[in-house]
Design a protein around this ligand. Structure first.
Ligand SMILES: *Cc1c(COP(=O)(O)O)cnc(C)c1O
Length: 394
């Protein structure tokens, strides 16, 4: 049996062909593949606009900037996420306020967020960043109602959930990151995520003003839109002629170079075409895990079978997690822990966060383990993983 990781990309001959063709084209960056990827991705997710950027962290940073996060502003997120969900607030000088998770869904607990909001005067908080952790869809409609009541913006960190969806009580379906309720949705194309581009990220939105701002911030804060120019036409053309000259552009805000390259976009486009197949396979794998572990006394919780779950991760909560982790490693099954609670990272502890702040998140951390979950995991490999877990406990 080959080593089995917890997650793994798949790159096909078609993917390689798509990248090679782009490498031979006129554009390695700032070419036509970017808009093509953005349009295809927006269509897949069901948002009006999409902005491709260099990685998911850049997507979060630009989003926080576009929403105007600045020094001292408080933003709420979950401790059970990749640190970037919180870090984007710090990049802009804002203050991260964590709230506990719901121990059943592992997602940011809306009741805890509401308690925070109720405990402070209106205007104390500026935004909320819920995360579709492991691929399970957040109820963004509920967060939107709360956000509206307190005048907050919403970023949905959907890095784990392209293709995932939420079903409400009226049986309406909302795709993760479609920005129907959030201001902005975030995706990553790191190889361990559903769609691999090497590195890469995407911001989705239905808001044309935010969309324009993001495009500008992605490329140094530069605009070439003549309607937006602030300097005079005669300054621009050097006092010669009437029109805006062809070279003229203005840097109007402090942006970055957070561009994606065209060959990465080509890989993303090619991978996107297989996204639904990958998702179906992930759901099969989840069903097999759930079936194998239900009623097992050593399993205290698991991702389970949930409609719309995108299964970036399959999490089980177990007794003797360290023992299981090491035992599986001996059999070359490389599980992972998602996540060490963000508020207990030394960087965040300096702001006063401490053990005991979020009992559900901290208890979850003591017993969670992410099992192998990726489309090319074979049935035989999954059976091997399951049999080793069962044999460890028997
Ligand atoms: C991967 C990830 C990110 C960051 O994406 P990168 O492309 O690695 O920068 C942000 N949030 C979550 C939840 C992620 O899983």
């Amino acid at each position: 049996m080959n080593p089995i990781p917890y997650g793994r990309q798949s790159v096909t001959d078609e993917d390689i062909k798509a990248v090679t063709e782009t490498l031979k084209s006129d554009y390695l960056t700032q070419g036509p593949k970017i808009a093509e990827f953005e349009q295809a991705f927006a269509r897949y997710i069901g948002s009006e606009y999409a902005v491709a950027v260099s990685n998911g962290t850049a997507a979060l940073h630009l989003s926080a900037l576009a929403l105007g996060v600045e020094k001292g502003q408080k933003v709420i997120t979950t401790p059970i996420t990749f640190a970037a969900s919180a870090n984007c607030v710090r990049y802009c000088g804002g203050e991260v306020v964590f709230a506990d998770i719901d121990p059943d869904t592992y997602l940011l607990d809306i009741a805890s967020v509401q308690m925070l909001l109720e405990a402070s005067p209106k205007g104390t908080y500026h935004g909320i960043i819920p995360v579709d952790f492991a691929g399970r869809a957040v109820d963004m409609q509920a967060f939107k109602a709360l956000a509206d009541e307190y005048g907050l913006w919403l970023i949905e960190d959907a890095c784990h959930a392209p293709g995932g969806f939420f079903i409400d009580k009226q049986n309406n379906k909302y795709n993760c990151g479609n920005s129907e309720f959030a201001d902005l949705g975030i995706f990553s194309f790191h190889p361990v995520k559903h769609i691999a581009a090497g590195e890469g990220g995407m911001i989705t939105t239905n808001n044309p003003t935010l969309y324009k701002k993001l495009l500008e911030l992605r490329t140094h804060g530069i605009t070439r839109d003549t309607n937006q120019f602030e300097n005079s036409r005669s300054f621009a053309n050097g006092g010669q002629g009437e029109d805006w000259p062809g070279w003229y552009m203005e840097m109007q805000s402090l942006g970055y170079n957070y561009r994606l390259t065209d060959f990465q976009a080509a890989l993303g486009i090619s991978q996107l075409q297989r996204a639904d197949d990958g998702l179906n396979r992930r759901r099969q794998i989840a069903a097999t895990y759930e079936d194998s572990f239900k009623d097992k006394p050593f399993i205290m919780g698991q991702s389970g079978v949930v409609e719309g779950h995108a299964y970036h991760l399959y999490v089980v909560e177990v007794e003797n997690r360290l023992g299981l982790y090491n035992y599986l490693r001996e059999h070359r099954i490389y599980t992972q822990i998602h996540y060490i609670p963000c508020h207990l990272m030394p960087y965040y502890k300096q702001f006063g966060w401490k053990e005991g702040d979020f009992p559900f998140a901290e208890n979850y951390y003591k017993q969670c383990i992410s099992l192998p979950m990726y489309p090319t995991l074979t049935e035989e490999e999954q059976e091997f993983v399951i049999s080793k877990i069962l044999s460890f406990y028997n």
